[in-house]
Design a protein around this ligand. Structure first.
Ligand SMILES: C[C@H](O)[C@H](O)[C@H]1CNC2=NC(N)=NC(=O)C2=N1
Length: 183
């Protein structure tokens, strides 16, 4: 059972008790969820629990802790644009684009140098290889880095793409990239 620490958000003791009680739901929960509280906190969609009128949310940590599934699975289908618009909230640094009818995730950075751009690609490639799911990598104008992620086998987006995006967002490489994306 996740330990809920008030330091994560300023819930009153009563609300905390309610939250803890509601999280003791019969189905159990491996992921850590917080309620969306009026004064705002990090939250991302996932209608997993409803706590007395509040929609509880699971932290964005969920996607980056998941594992991609093989893309040649017969059961894998491209998700709808509506589903993609819901999930994009879990990877807010990424943009949802439609390229020639294919939905993709896209994000851009400025690398500090051409070689550091390639080093960044190597770090991304390591994640991709570990996941068995691969992005399209673009390095143009010597330091303009852009990554597109989509599932080629279904010509669209699957949860794999969002998992990979979340893991790339989790890379901490300030020595390779300028602070502000696209600057
Ligand atoms: C068998 C294995 O899952 C496939 O070859 C993978 C490799 N990496 C992949 N990456 C992406 N983005 N889409 C795919 O369809 C894909 N297929």
């Amino acid at each position: 059972m996740p330990i809920i620490s008030p330091r994560f958000f300023s819930l009153s003791r009563v609300q905390l008790a309610t939250l803890q009680q509601s999280l003791n739901n019969p189905h159990g929960s491996s992921s850590f969820c917080v309620t969306q509280i009026p004064w705002g906190t990090q939250e991302v969609s996932s209608d997993r629990y409803r706590l007395g009128g509040f929609r509880s949310f699971c932290t964005v940590k969920d996607l980056s802790t998941k594992k991609c599934v093989p893309c040649n699975s017969d059961t894998l289908k491209a998700m709808t644009e509506e589903a993609a618009n819901t999930l994009i909230g879990q990877v807010p640094e990424w943009n949802l684009i439609n390229q020639d009818g294919i939905l993709k995730l896209q994000r851009s950075w400025k690398a500090k140098t051409f070689m550091k751009g390639l080093e960044f690609f190597q770090a991304v490639a390591d994640v991709a290889e570990a996941e068995g799911h691969h992005p399209d990598l673009h390095l143009v104008g010597w330091n303009n880095v852009k990554i597109d992620i989509w599932t080629h086998s279904v010509a669209g987006l699957t949860e794999n793409d969002f998992i990979l995006a979340a893991k790339i967002s989790g890379l901490n490489l300030p020595h390779l990239l300028r602070k502000q994306a696209g600057k």
